[in-house]
Design a protein around this ligand. Structure first.
Ligand SMILES: C[S@@+](CC[C@H](N)C(=O)[O-])C[C@H]1O[C@@H](n2cnc3c(N)ncnc32)[C@H](O)[C@@H]1O
Length: 117
C-alpha cells in the first residue's frame, strides 16, 4: 500500500500544487470548509475542480451549520461560540453556500445530507 499512498502537508488557502486533471476523486473529512470564509469558497472550489479529472467525484463530511442556524438569534450565537473551538474550526458555513460555490466551480451536486439527532 505504501507504494500507492503519499502524504503531503500544504495550506489549502494556497493554489493546490498539482497539475490540472490529476485525480480520479477527492474526499475531505472535517478539514476544508470549516476553515474558509464565504469569500474564499469559490477560489478553493475552483482549485478542487481543476485538479480532478473530468467525471471525478468529490465527497466530504464537514462541520457546517444547520440551515436553521440563525446568526440573529442570541442563543444560537452563544452556543456557536462555545462549540466552535471544540471543533478546531475557524469558520462556520451554511451547506447552501458551500454547495453554491462547488456548483459555480463546475461540480454537479448529487447528494446533500445532515447528521440527524
Ligand atoms: C478537525 S481536524 C480534522 C483532521 C482529519 N481530517 C481527521 O478527521 O482527523 C482539521 C484539520 O484541518 C487542518 N487544517 C486547518 N487549516 C488548514 C489549512 N489552512 N490548510 C490545510 N489544512 C488545514 C488542521 O491541521 C487539522 O488537521
Amino acid at each position: 500500500m505504501t507504494d500507492r499512498l503519499q502524504f503531503k502537508v500544504d495550506n489549502h488557502h494556497d493554489p493546490l500544487d498539482y497539475p490540472s486533471e490529476t485525480f480520479d476523486g477527492c474526499f475531505s473529512f472535517q478539514a476544508v470548509w470549516p476553515f474558509f470564509k464565504k469569500e474564499g469558497l469559490d477560489l478553493h472550489a475552483r482549485e478542487m475542480y481543476r485538479v480532478l479529472k473530468p467525471g471525478a467525484r468529490y465527497a466530504c463530511s464537514e462541520y457546517l451549520l444547520t440551515p436553521f442556524f440563525d446568526w440573529d438569534n442570541e442563543k444560537h450565537v452563544a452556543l456557536h461560540r462555545l462549540i466552535l473551538p471544540t471543533l478546531a474550526a475557524t469558520q462556520s458555513m451554511y451547506p447552501a453556500d458551500v454547495c453554491a460555490a462547488l456548483e459555480r466551480a463546475g461540480f454537479r451536486i448529487v447528494l446533500v445530507g445532515a447528521v440527524e439527532e
